[in-house]
Ligand binder design. Sequence first.
Ligand code: HEM
Ligand code: HEM
Length: 160
Amino acid sequence: MELPESVKVWSQFFHPAFMWILLGTSVYTLYLGIQFRRARTGNAEEEVKNKKGKLREKHYSISSILLAFVIIGNLGGMAVTYINNGKLFVGPHLLVGLSILALIATSAALVPWMTKGNNLARNAHIVLNVAVLGLFSWQAFTGMQILFKIIGSLTGGESA
Ligand code: HEM
Ligand code: HEM
């Protein structure tokens, strides 16, 4: 199947834009998670304490959407790369991307135990997600390098 050239070219900008939005969402959900933890553990003011249930629900909803979109965005990046190059590049951006999926899925799978108040599960959730955030930032860095190469080759500079 041949896609029109314009679709091929423009499809390459969707993944980077989408992933930047998801990186922002990750930082926001980290903030919500921290707020929830503070409300739960007692070193928060009354106002935050009263919002405990709401904070949990909000963190849970936004993170669930994040989980789905990170997986879709990762697969989208692979699809677009394949469409434009006829292959994937088994390099850091691909491998770190797949590792992020494993980590965030595992962190979401801990929810039943966190809900029961298991502290080991809670701490593992935090460690896993800090790793996700670190790797996500790294993806932004390598992703922009790939993007600049693509733009360079489109504008007739050195090809990628
Ligand atoms: C960037 C991603 C994420 C970060 C930084 C993050 C961070 C946190 C933090 C700091 C807490 C508080 C833990 C505590 O109270 O000790 C928390 C709790 C929680 N997280 Fe996440 N989280 C992330 C992703 C997710 C995902 C993907 C899910 C599930 C879809 C999820 C579901 C929950 C739930 C349900 C709780 C409350 C657990 C309880 O009832 O004690 N989080 N998260
Ligand atoms: C945050 C900023 C990010 C930027 C700017 C970015 C940028 C890019 C670009 C430009 C491509 C090449 C697309 C093409 O060849 O047409 C790409 C591919 C890809 N991206 Fe990202 N990305 C980002 C984040 C992520 C994240 C967080 C993941 C995974 C969770 C991810 C997973 C992938 C994968 C798996 C590929 C295919 C790589 C290959 O086979 O060579 N990206 N990305």
